[in-house]
Design a protein around this ligand. Structure first.
Ligand code: FE2
Length: 259
């Protein structure tokens, strides 16, 4: 995979996103947010590349998946006004259709294009299928780690520096009630991936996002999350209830044990 191919796809991506220019401030800032997220995820791929075992050319291929992994978010936001995925409106399906319809991967071989599509398809799944092609596996893992690291970056920054309610889309339209989901608590204490169905309030969402660390694969990913103090920043915006403190402690220990 040549750098030039990546550059051409980047050019397409920039003009595609520019097409979503919008007067409404909230939409404008969310488009920028997703655009910048895509570029940061592509950069994180480089940082994680060495540990993933992918060679230089495959890292570029993984960066293409990274740049395009959330391409469906722009249509989802502007057409449907949400970042919440449902069975009918799903940013992954929208993204894959956009990539196919616009023929974005025409410079790639069929096998390369398949790696890109399949890693995008799996980037948000709670678990990777057990029967996954071993060749595809590192492409999926590197994208999943890079995406989660940057989600933690985006949300820790948002919760720490913005008035609550200022970006309803990013808060997934959840209400700020004091309750914490019991199922979510149990999953975190068991160091298990939290099912998004158990996220009922904004506090649940924050804890769910912190729990993304249970899905990280690479040592380097844990290192970045730890150095950037993402968990601490989010914890500081949560009510200091015993349950919350228990969960934070559990996640902090998990993170430290994986450094
Ligand atoms: Fe993403």
């Amino acid at each position: 995979m040549k750098q030039e191919v990546y550059n051409n796809i980047e050019t397409w991506f920039n003009s595609y996103v520019a097409g979503f220019e919008n007067e409404i401030e909230e939409i404008k800032s969310n488009i920028n947010l997703k655009r910048n997220h895509s570029f940061r995820v592509a950069n994180l791929i480089k940082e994680l590349g060495e540990e993933s075992g992918l060679d230089e050319s495959d890292v570029i291929l993984a960066q293409i998946s990274a740049l395009l992994h959330d391409v469906g978010r722009f249509e989802q936001l502007t057409k449907f006004g949400t970042f919440s995925d449902t069975e009918e409106i799903n940013h992954i399906q929208l993204g894959i259709s956009t990539i196919t319809e616009n023929n974005i991967l025409s410079e790639l071989t069929e096998e390369e294009a398949n790696m890109v599509i399949e890693s995008i398809r799996n980037h948000n799944e709670s678990l990777l299928p057990k029967s996954i092609d071993p060749k595809l596996l590192p492409f999926c893992q590197i994208l999943r780690d890079a995406d989660k690291i940057d989600i933690l970056h985006v949300v820790s920054d948002y919760y720490s520096n913005n008035k609550q309610g200022s970006n309803k889309r990013l808060e997934m339209e959840l209400s700020d009630k004091p309750e914490i989901s019991k199922k979510l608590y149990q999953s975190i204490i068991d160091e298990k991936h939290v099912d998004f169905k158990d996220v009922l309030t904004l506090n649940d969402l924050k804890l769910y996002q912190m729990s993304l660390i249970f899905d990280l694969k690479y040592k380097k990913s844990f290192k970045i999350v730890s150095e950037k103090t993402y968990l601490k920043q989010i914890f500081e915006t949560l009510p200091k209830k015993d349950l919350v403190i228990d969960m934070y402690r559990q996640m902090k220990i998990y993170l430290e044990n994986h450094l």
